[in-house]
Design a protein around this ligand. Structure first.
Ligand code: BG6
Length: 474
């Protein structure tokens, strides 16, 4: 028993948090480039503050990130050394279509990813590609308002057509959109949306996500048509809500909060908006702009697998006025007194991981893929250059054990596991680099200073063993 023989162990990254080289290779500007470090980041990300141009008062960490653009060979060799079976990465849309609406793709961008995929195959690493991990061409945001516009489906489809044709035989695992539910919490990042004064924000987000869901279904159909080996996944930011107490109101609140997590993945995995979602939308005076053929398209093109991120569980309270809020991945949660938290205030809950995995499997009955999990922590380099990140090993060990229990004891069908930020990168939430997730340290500080040298942490050697023994040796 244990993990399948071909279990896909690996790590995950996203273009904007990793690559840098923002002005190289004819790449065009994207929303994520304009996400500054510091307190305004949250305002920009939530669409409350428009940041459509660079200014001198802010530092923009994605422009250089950790310079994978120039280090990819070295980095993939390190992934190979750890024995990765898969590497999850995302495509920067504006490397392929710099403005988003060009007739022809940018060959330099296509070549860049082709080289990466070939490099992966050198080490028998199967690429797992997120087509859209929080990026949207800035030109399309300025011109048509990003995913507010149905026209985006056309541009996204063209991107998918280009990728599926060009990388046929090189890539077979695809994820259409990263964390589809994140649009409700970080709409500028998830869909290029900044709000105008007094507009119905829910309506804007529902319109945008409907466009993404249609685009996702069209991409799924296309991927299957172009290559029957292609496997397509949806992706959600998971981490179940517990009721704060057994007070019925708290339990009901947890049900409602959990439904907000599942609402859009439901459409991708089951092929329709559930009644509760339609009611949720109606209650907020919004509606879905269904066009002819939309419902059939969604129904007929559900995903092959369900992928998700898990960092922590959450807590629902019917009374948040008590001020018992905790930090967690962008969206709010009450504090859980039974759990320890990371340095960034994210609750650490391996059993919550097992529960979340089980809930997802109960709900969808499709193969699952854990594509993000990990601990963001500060690391210290010792005098001899070593980095002893026992805290990270502890977190991962406990979470892999929980995942193993879900497979062995609960019978969940799990395809693989990619830890988040297998090499240090820019934090999506805060823009920092000192919030490190990697097995590989990158010598760069929050303001971009450093040699960008790569250093193996203790967790590097530990994870290599885990993979070597297919999760037996934790
Ligand atoms: C997920 C995202 O929400 O969480 C990643 O898909 C992100 O892009 C990760 O980096 C961890 O969050 P943070 O804020 O610690 O970077």
């Amino acid at each position: 028993m244990g993990f399948k023989k071909d279990f896909l162990w690996g790590g995950a990254t996203a273009a904007n948090q990793l690559e840098g080289g923002a002005h190289e290779g004819n790449r065009g500007p994207a929303n994520v480039d304009f996400m500054p470090l510091g307190k305004d980041r949250y305002l920009v990300g939530t669409g409350k503050m428009k940041m459509y141009d660079f200014d001198d008062q802010h530092f923009y960490p994605a422009l250089t990130a950790v310079d994978f653009y120039h280090h990819y060979k070295e980095d993939i060799a390190l992934f190979g050394e750890m024995g990765f079976k898969t590497y999850r990465l995302s495509i920067a849309w504006t490397r392929i279509f710099p403005n988003g609406d060009e007739k022809k793709p940018n060959e330099e961008g296509l070549k860049f990813y082709e080289n990466i995929f070939k490099e992966c195959h050198k080490y028998s690493i199967e690429p797992l590609v997120t087509i859209n991990h929080f990026d949207c061409p800035m030109y399309l945001i300025k011109k048509i308002g990003g995913w507010r516009s149905r026209e985006m489906i056309h541009y996204f489809y063209k991107l998918c057509m280009t990728l599926f044709n060009r990388y046929k035989g090189l890539v077979k695992y695809w994820i259409t959109f990263n964390e589809i539910n994140m649009i409700l919490h970080f709409p500028f990042v998830a869909a290029g949306i900044s709000f105008e004064e007094n507009e119905n924000e829910t309506q804007v987000m529902i319109t945008a996500v409907h466009h993404q869901l249609i685009a996702s279904a069209m991409a799924t159909r296309l991927a299957h048509e172009i290559d029957s080996n292609n496997q397509i996944g949806c992706m959600l930011a998971a981490g179940s809500y517990y009721p704060e107490t057994c007070k019925p109101e708290d339990y009901w609140k947890a049900i409602c909060d959990n439904r907000e997590i599942y609402m859009f993945a439901d459409v991708q995995a089951r092929g329709y908006y559930h009644n509760y979602a339609l009611k949720w939308i109606e209650e907020r005076n919004a509606k879905i702009d269904f066009r002819e053929g939309d419902k059939e398209l969604l129904k007929e093109n559900t995903v092959d697998f369900v992928s998700f991120s898990y960092y922590s569980s959450r807590v629902s309270s019917s009374d948040l006025s008590k001020g018992n809020q905790s930090e967690s991945n962008i969206f709010a949660s009450a504090r859980n007194p039974y759990l320890k938290e990371s340095e960034w205030g994210w609750a650490i809950d391996p059993l919550g991981f097992r529960s979340t995995i089980n809930e997802l499997y109960d709900r969808y009955q499709k193969p699952l893929f854990v594509v993000e999990n990990g601990l963001g922590a500060k690391d210290i380099i010792e005098k001899d250059g070593s980095i002893h990140d026992e805290y990270r090993i502890d977190y991962l060990r406990q979470h892999i054990q929980a995942m193993k229990d879900a497979v062995e004891k609960d019978g969940v069908d799990l395809m693989g596991y990619t830890t988040w930020g297998c090499i240090d990168l820019i934090s999506n939430g805060t823009g920092e680099v000192k919030k490190r997730y990697g097995f590989i340290y990158v010598d760069r500080d929050n303001l971009g200073n450093g040699t960008y040298k790569r250093i193996k942490k203790d967790s590097f050697y530990w994870y290599k063993k885990v993979i070597e023994t297919n999760g037996i040796n934790l």
